[in-house]
Design a protein around this ligand. Structure first.
Ligand code: CTP
Ligand code: MG
Length: 235
């Protein structure tokens, strides 16, 4: 069974601050999206990568892919994204040709995920799990609060979930293709990851080990960390 990856890269990156769309920002001179595409194409199991570009930036992303060295055994498609991450992933799924039974969804904003993590996710889907997410234990204790209406006002704590039972989930998340398509067709309300939609269908989702270097570049400090990780790899 062949594996395709959908890379949602259509976000603006508001939390990163003003500048180009997040996926097009450089990390040590190379756009974040190119790092992410290479991280996926590095897996021998991956034969197609669908990049979901900013709505007005599909042509620019195509040029970017043409201008960077990428493995020849992998095919690339570029489609325009939507207003929400969910819509962008949907656009990527709609563009998938037949013949790919396994689909990974990977944030362009996680450019440094190691290939072993990618392969671990694919292997778990091949072994029969309809939905697989790479996950890590939490360092911080987490509080559930009653969100305050005013910015920075004190927020009452409602509960403290047992930390040992919590996981922070990353991407790539891996799916049986038909399951993911069905999940995207039937989902209601706000979901922040694709596996959450599969949970809504009542189907099992499993966690496999994630990796520290698969962290999401979200705020300015994450750019500093990402460049430090790249520098350490080259050393
Ligand atoms: N994404 C997307 N389409 C959107 C919104 C997000 O494809 N309409 C993608 C982003 O490009 C990113 C991934 O989803 O690769 C994870 O989203 P996030 O880290 O929240 O990125 P942004 O939405 O760009 O950042 P922010 O929320 O700070 O604006
Ligand atoms: Mg976002």
């Amino acid at each position: 069974s062949r594996t395709a990856v959908v890379i949602p890269a259509a976000g603006r990156g508001v939390r990163l601050g003003p500048g180009a769309p997040k996926a097009l920002r450089a990390l040590n001179g190379t756009p974040m999206l190119i790092h992410a595409v290479r991280a996926m194409a590095e897996s021998r199991a991956v034969s197609l990568v669908v990049v979901v570009a900013p709505p007005d930036g599909a042509a620019a992303v195509k040029t970017l892919l043409d201008d960077h060295a990428l493995p020849e055994r992998t095919d690339f498609l570029v489609v325009p994204g939507g207003e929400s991450r969910q819509e962008s992933v949907r656009a990527g799924l709609d563009a998938l040709p037949p013949g790919f039974d396994i689909v990974l969804v990977h944030d362009a904003a996680r450019p440094l995920v190691p290939v072993d993590t990618v392969d671990g996710v694919i292997e778990a889907v091949r072994d029969g799990a309809p939905a697989v997410v790479p996950a890590l234990p939490l360092s911080d204790t987490v509080k559930q609060v009653e969100p305050a209406a005013e910015q920075d006002a004190p927020e009452p704590v409602v509960a403290t979930p047992e930390r040992a039972r919590l996981r922070a989930v990353q991407t790539p998340q891996g799916f049986d293709r038909a399951t993911l398509v069905r999940a995207h067709e039937s989902v209601t309300g706000q979901v922040t990851d694709d596996a959450g939609m599969v949970e809504q269908l009542g189907l099992p989702v499993v966690c496999v080990p994630g990796h520290e270097e698969a962290f999401k570049v979200t705020r300015p400090l994450d750019l500093v960390l990402a460049e430090a990780v790249l520098a350490r790899r080259r050393a």
